[in-house]
Design a protein. Structure first.
Length: 244
């Protein structure tokens, strides 16, 4: 399985949030569309002949019902925060059970600036944990060279650090970092940062995206340990990027 296959598989897990019987002047549906703009979620509204249920939203995946919640709770949520304003995930799981199914994976198109911000979040987590294995794909050595100081600092921690890039130039000197020079389309198109959480599922996180147009990345940010493990398995199998 390739990194692109992982992206496609996560994309195919798209969920649907259906708001039942909203009022004619209710803006919740549009607010939710905006709120979940960076989530792999389709927001729908449905009006029934009986007008019931009212004030309820249902989250489903295919034919499977995942959970239901009050529209008042969702309205409070959209009033307080908005992940589309640069956020790459939902951190506030206290509002509604529905968020338990949505906070683990964010799926969207990202600019290079958003990708860099997301990468820094994962790198910072690895730095704070101070153990475990961090994998990062830079597409090419030129990009790796631009962030070399960050990875020199990370390698000074008791972290097992792996970097992947296509060789468009001579790689920088990175003591303590295992560098993989790979002339493959997958590495050339993929931007990823993956932290194994030092064996703790709650610390695992990953960013994986592919450049489908110049400067436009499509992929996801996830805290789902199973998805993180799949990415790590791919890197280990294809490139030998296991723990040293």
């Amino acid at each position: 399985m390739s990194l692109g296959d992982v992206i496609t598989d996560v994309e195919n897990r798209r969920k649907t949030l259906t708001v039942f019987n909203p009022g004619p002047d209710d803006t919740l549906y549009r607010d939710l569309e905006e709120y979940f703009d960076t989530q792999n979620v389709e927001v729908r509204s449905e009006t029934t002949e009986s007008g019931r249920p009212e004030g309820i939203a249902v989250l489903s995946q295919g034919d499977a019902h995942l959970t239901s919640t009050s529209t008042d709770v969702l309205r409070d949520l959209t009033d307080e925060t908005h992940p589309g304003d640069g956020g790459l995930g939902i951190d506030d799981a206290a509002h509604a059970d529905v968020l338990r199914f949505l906070e683990e994976t964010t799926f969207a198109s990202y600019s290079p600036e958003q990708m860099l911000a997301a990468s820094r979040e994962i790198e910072d987590r690895a730095w704070r944990v101070g153990a475990g294995c961090l994998h990062a794909g830079f597409q090419n050595v030129s990009t790796l060279d631009g962030t070399a100081n960050v990875y020199r600092d990370l390698a000074e921690r008791p972290l097992d650090v792996h970097a992947y890039a296509t060789p468009d130039r001579r790689p920088p000197t990175l003591p303590g970092v295992t560098v993989y020079l790979e002339e493959t389309e997958e590495i050339e198109r993929s931007w990823f940062v993956v932290f194994d959480g030092a064996g703790e599922d709650e610390q695992k996180c990953a960013l994986l995206a592919e450049e489908r147009e110049e400067g436009a990345f499509y992929g996801f940010w996830t805290y789902d340990p199973a998805v993180v493990d799949r990415i790590l398995d791919n890197l280990t199998t294809r490139y030998g990027g296991g723990s040293s």
